[in-house]
Design a protein around this ligand. Structure first.
Ligand code: GCO
Ligand code: MN
Ligand code: MN
Length: 389
């Protein structure tokens, strides 16, 4: 039998959250359709389908009311299964959205006790992740938002968020955890409006932190799409600022509720540009799938879902390599990047340079007449994606 060239390998760094394959199909209109998948079984399933790692929120693994004794037993058993299956834990996170105590937010809540509890819960989740060697800590502030702006001034919320992030960085340093924090934006759901709606908003906040070098972003396809934005552009900005610490891959039809669809299943062309970007720049972090199977599926279908996420990524990776090697595409790229006529070299500002630039006579008509074969380039892309080239 020939080896499937789309078989995931450890070097692809494909990961899934316990909450993704363990998703039971609950939605606002209907209850669970799949039985509970215990964490240890989820890890075995991930190993079976060929994933490299697993991520978890504190309470995906340890129930919120577990005693210290129960916690230790759960952690011990889970560690054993991870070792047995070779599944790693590159990223950990904290659930600051499920419990009623967070109904007004966690780090941004008005009640200082709620804010303090959110910090305590996060530090304990960091302890838990560190026990498994996680080096990335994702923070998704799902409840950090509003239904009505009457409840607080939005700049106050941002100050509270900053204070909490600064505190958590210090805790990580103090404990010697060596965490990189990856902040995950989302425009809405479950709140009507979330304060940090886009990756760009988080990038701006990070530059105001005490230890900005410890904090980056975790862009998610669906979240940028929900905001009507281009995920690849968000990722490119994060990458270019040295802030792409993690990535959540899934899919989402524009203008819909939070769908968490299998990677690439709704917008394969957008997924192609994203995969091509990640591979071209050599992003070396985990490729985390934050999605879940259709509500129609049983756990065999969940495996189909998980395999599908990874397979689509690898097919698109192969298409990206084909795109890069295509002679006609290369020729068009060379042509569009070749200047038609010489012009002053604009690099860093200098006295001489600016004189030359101010003095230069540009031929606007000629510049505007340059051939840009983008229609052809895009059709070649389509031919590759559709498998006819
Ligand atoms: C969502 C988010 C979450 C986070 C997760 C990690 O839309 O619900 O994407 O799945 O990624 O909570 O913190
Ligand atoms: Mn999401
Ligand atoms: Mn996510």
């Amino acid at each position: 039998m020939t080896k499937d060239k789309y078989q995931p390998q450890p070097q692809h760094k494909f990961t899934f959250g316990l909450w993704t394959v363990g998703n039971r199909g609950r939605d606002p209109f209907g209850d669970a359709v799949r039985p509970t998948l215990p964490p240890n079984d989820a890890v075995r399933m991930l190993a079976e389908v060929g994933a490299w790692g697993v991520n978890f929120h504190d309470n995906d693994l340890v129930p919120i009311d577990a005693t210290a004794q129960e916690r230790d037993r759960i952690v011990g058993e889970f560690r054993h299964v991870c070792e047995e299956t070779g599944i790693t834990v590159p990223m950990a996170t904290v659930n600051l959205f499920y419990e009623a105590v967070f109904r007004d937010g966690a780090f941004t809540a008005n009640d200082p006790s709620v804010r303090a509890y959110a910090l305590q819960k996060t530090m304990r989740a960091m302890d838990l992740g560190a026990e498994f060697g996680a080096k990335i800590f994702v923070l998704w502030g799902g409840r950090e938002g509003v239904e009505t702006d009457a409840c607080r001034r939005a700049d106050e919320a941002i100050k509270r968020l900053r204070e909490s992030l600064n505190y958590l960085c210090e805790y990580s340093l103090d404990q010697g955890y060596d965490y990189k924090f990856a902040l995950e934006a989302k425009p809405n759901e479950p709140r009507a409006d979330i304060y940090m709606p886009t990756t760009g908003a988080y990038l701006a906040l990070i530059s105001t932190l005490d230890k900005p070098e410890m904090v980056g972003v975790n862009p998610e396809v669906a979240h940028e799409h929900m905001a009507g934005l281009n995920m690849t552009h968000a990722v490119a900005q994060a990458w270019e600022s040295g802030k792409l610490f993690h990535i959540d891959l899934n899919d989402q039809v524009l203008g819909r509720y939070d769908q968490d669809l299998r990677f690439g299943s709704a917008n394969p062309k957008a997924a192609f540009w994203l995969v091509k970007f990640l591979e071209d720049v050599g992003y070396a972090g985990p490729r985390a799938f934050d999605a879940h199977a259709y509500r129609t599926e049983d756990y065999e279908g969940v495996k189909d879902f998980a395999r599908g996420c990874m397979r689509t990524y690898l097919v698109l990776k192969e298409k990206a390599a084909q795109w890069n090697a295509d002679a006609e595409i290369k020729a068009i790229l060379a042509e569009i990047n070749e200047p038609d006529e010489p012009s002053p070299n604009v690099g860093k500002f200098s006295k001489n340079g600016v004189q030359a630039l101010l003095a230069h006579d540009f031929d606007r008509q000629k510049l505007a007449a340059k051939k840009l074969s983008y229609e052809r380039l895009d059709q070649l892309t389509m031919d590759i994606l559709l498998g006819v080239r």
